[in-house]
Design a protein. Structure first.
Length: 328
């Protein structure tokens, strides 16, 4: 019964000894994956609840007889309804990514998580930012789709259009890299939406190597998915992977890869400031760009009385922490 989240909530794992030397990242990745595999299956099954609901909405929209053709420069003709209207329900799936991210982030930093309760608590506490980010992703997807198709069609007759075409490709890559970091920042820090985006865009450079690695792995997974012959048994395997592990595995992969970057430049930096260690390590990104990863002060904030502190896995203002304690 523990697989489905109804038992043994009072028995967290043994954890990791403080005296144990750190292991190489690939070894830790697979050790955690093996140790938390049943939890990841449970997490994926929970995520399938809203996923199935969204898929039903998408199918219903697809069956509506209002499809229309969009012509781009006379070269491309696409089903505008299927391409840009049917995916709209995916926006509603965005808040549930908060649950996936919170649990897999805890696994990545080798902390315990109550899968069922932590999933829904994370959705409840972070749904606004994730929903807003879903809207942003949809808007960027729509604009870039039109732009890429348009500039590609125009580049056939005029090579100058390759310049804006490749600029759009670069924007798409940077935006994709930023999406690796935003969910973790949303569930970990008390930041403004725009400031989280600013940090995520900077992390596309600070964590460039990790971003490339994650993208290659995800690309290889997609390539395998699209190119293995769809025999009956293979199709069954695909369905089983989707239902039981694929979404939680992708979330765990991203969390494990990018969390050390966020921890280094945001969490550890905040702890140094909290402990009065204002000087940043020589050669760090923080030294090169002072205050880059800190939340901008609100008007009227008191430097001594309203600093950001790291409490229970989340950065928050001291004043907000006091208010929360008083409410309790």
């Amino acid at each position: 019964m523990g697989l489905f989240g109804f038992g043994n909530y009072d028995k967290p794992g043994p954890g990791v000894s403080k005296d144990e030397p750190p292991k190489a990242a690939p070894i830790r990745f697979f050790e955690i994956l093996a140790r938390k595999f049943s939890k990841l299956v449970q997490l994926n099954l929970i995520f399938m609840i809203p996923t199935i609901a969204v898929c039903i909405l998408m199918v219903a929209l697809y069956l509506v007889p209002t499809h229309f053709i969009v012509s781009i420069s006379g070269m491309f003709q696409i089903d505008g309804w299927a391409s840009f209207v049917v995916p709209i329900p995916l926006i509603l799936l965005s808040p549930f990514i908060a649950g996936l991210t919170f649990v897999t982030r805890n696994f990545a930093r080798e902390e315990h998580a109550f899968v069922w309760s932590d999933f829904w608590d994370a959705v409840k506490g972070n749904w606004k930012y994730f929903l807003l980010n879903g809207l942003v992703c949809y808007a960027v997807f729509t604009l870039l789709s039109f732009a890429l198709l348009y500039y590609y069609s125009m580049a056939v007759s005029n090579w100058m259009y390759y310049i804006p075409l490749w600029m759009c490709v670069m924007v798409a890559i940077v935006f994709l890299f930023a999406q690796y970091y935003l969910p973790i920042m949303f569930v970990t820090f008390d930041l403004k939406f725009t400031h989280a985006y600013k940090n995520a865009l900077i992390f596309t450079v600070a964590g460039f190597g990790r971003n490339i690695l994650v993208t290659i792995i995800l690309g290889a997974m997609l390539f395998a998915f699209l190119n293995i012959p769809l025999l009956n048994i293979t199709l069954l395997v695909y369905v089983l992977l989707l239902v039981f592990i694929i979404f939680s595995f992708i979330s765990y992969l991203i969390s494990f890869a990018v969390y050390p970057i966020i921890d280094r430049y945001m969490i550890q930096a905040a702890k140094r400031i909290e402990n009065g260690e204002q000087k940043e390590p020589a050669g760090s990104v923080e030294e090169e760009f002072p205050g880059l990863f800190s939340q901008p002060a609100e008007e009227g904030d008191d430097d001594d009385g309203d600093k950001y502190v790291y409490v229970n896995g989340r950065l928050m203002k001291k004043s907000e922490m006091k208010d929360s304690q008083q409410e309790q």
